[in-house]
Every structure is written in C-alpha cells, then in structure tokens.
Design a protein around this ligand. Structure first.
Ligand code: PEP
Length: 253
C-alpha cells in the first residue's frame, strides 16, 4: 500500500483569457469537495496567474506555472523567472513539457537547469518526460524516458525528490484521445521509479510521485490511478472544463 499522496494537475496550455481562467477556477472550487486525499494544482497562462491565485485563496487547489526561465533576474527579454512565479503565489511549475521540447527547443540540459532553479527558489517542479510514437514503435521507449529522467535529475539531491514530481506523458497520447493502457503506463512508471532508486536511493525513489499524462479523462482516470506506480495525473484537455477536472480529482481522492 503506497503512502504517496496522489496529485492531479491541470495544464491549461494556451487556452483561456484572464476572465475565462478566473471563471473556470471559481467553478472548480465550487465543485470540489473541501477536503480530499489528493493534492490539486492548475496551471493557467502567465497572464492569468495573478487572477487565478486570488480565486484559489483558502481552497485546496494550488497554483502552477507552465514554464520558467532558470535565471532569477537579468536581461532576458520575454522570460518569466522563479522569483516572479513565487511572487504571484505559484507552488508548482511544469518543466520540459513535450510541446516545449518540440516547438521551443527545450533540451534535456535546459530542463535540468530549470529544475535546479525551481527547487532553489522553493517551487515544486513537475518534470515531463515521454517518448514519440516512432520511439515506442522502435522498442526504445523505456531507455529514452529513463535517459530523460536521468538528465533532468542530474543536479537533484535525494532530499529534493520530496518536492519534485515526474509526469510520464507519451507524446502520442497527448491531445489525441489515445491513452497508454494502464498496464503499459504502469510498466513505464515502474521503470522510472526503479531508475530513480538506483540513481538517488531506494527511499527517495519510493517516495517520488510519478504522474501519468496523455488524454486522461473522467472515464479512464480511475483505472490508471489504481496502478501501484501511478500517483496521479497531468491533465490537458479535460482540465479545461471544471466538471470533468473535478471528476478526475474525485478518482484521485
Ligand atoms: C498535457 O498536455 O500535459 C496533456 C496530458 O494533454 P491531454 O490531457 O490533452 O492529452
């Protein structure tokens, strides 16, 4: 029986204006039971962070950002750094999402720097890893994902792992309606945990929370989260609607 606290994170990506983000937040807070087993976070666009933070006060939902720059301040036009995220009330930050890796030249090296910076500033990184369909079909999914995890955790100490979450998101399952089967997802999560136990020690690896992401919906969330090494979900599309996100939280609770 695991003692890991499940966590469900909504990634709103480039959706919703400030007023739409605030309205979804209000609806979500109304729908959720005041208490439950799961930890919950939502990650709106940068411009909506402040508005959403105000609506989340006193609720059980934490605030997350979708990315950060590793430098705390300086001449980095267009970037948002850890100090700004903490200032606005973020507890979490998504790092290395496959969309950033694919469209914005995010590399393993940059992911590692962002992870270290987030931890140094008291933010909890949600580190995304996952393989393409091509990599899966070539039979290389596991070594690919394990290498991404190794790279992201290279400057992370065992004690840091209590404040860090990994999200396994097979790229072919993101926004496609295709979900990894609970068995396939569990196999990958177990492989990631085993690797982290080798690199950072058994207790730290055992305590590490590993989320599944990729077309998670109310209909499949329960079965996925019943797997012993799946500790929650990173949810894109289904998090945009308060009712479907609340139903996924209910499965985690
Ligand atoms: C995501 O982008 O993190 C994600 C899992 O998206 P979706 O749930 O829409 O597949």
């Amino acid at each position: 029986m695991t003692t890991r606290v499940p966590i469900v994170v909504g990634n709103w990506k480039l959706h919703k204006t400030v007023s739409e983000s605030v309205a979804t937040t209000d609806a979500l807070v109304d729908l959720l039971p005041k208490r439950g087993r799961a930890e919950i976070a939502v990650a709106p666009v940068f411009t909506a962070l402040m508005g959403v933070a105000a609506q989340l006060k006193g609720s059980r939902v934490a605030l997350g950002a979708q990315d950060l720059h590793w430098e705390a301040k300086g001449a980095f036009t267009g970037e948002v750094g850890p100090l700004q995220l903490v200032d606005v009330g973020c507890a979490f930050v998504i790092i290395g999402h496959s969309e950033r890796r694919e469209y914005f030249a995010e590399t393993d090296e940059r992911v590692a720097r962002k992870v270290r910076s987030a931890l140094d500033h008291g933010l909890k990184p949600i580190v995304c890893v996952g393989e393409s369909l091509q990599t899966r079909e070539a039979g290389d999914a596991e070594p690919h994902v394990v290498a991404q995890v190794d790279a992201a955790l290279q400057s992370v100490q065992p004690a840091d792992l209590a404040s860090l979450v990994i999200a396994y998101e097979p790229i072919w399952a993101i926004g496609t309606g295709r979900t990894a089967s609970p068995t396939d997802a569990e196999q990958m999560h177990a492989a990631v945990r085993a690797q982290v136990q080798r690199s950072h020690g058994v207790p730290a690896g055992e305590g590490l929370r590993i989320l599944y992401g990729g077309s998670v919906k109310p209909e499949n969330a329960g079965e996925l989260m019943l797997q012993p090494n799946i500790d929650g979900a990173l949810v894109g599309g289904a998090s945009l609607d308060a009712a479907s996100f609340a139903a996924i939280v209910a499965a985690a609770d």
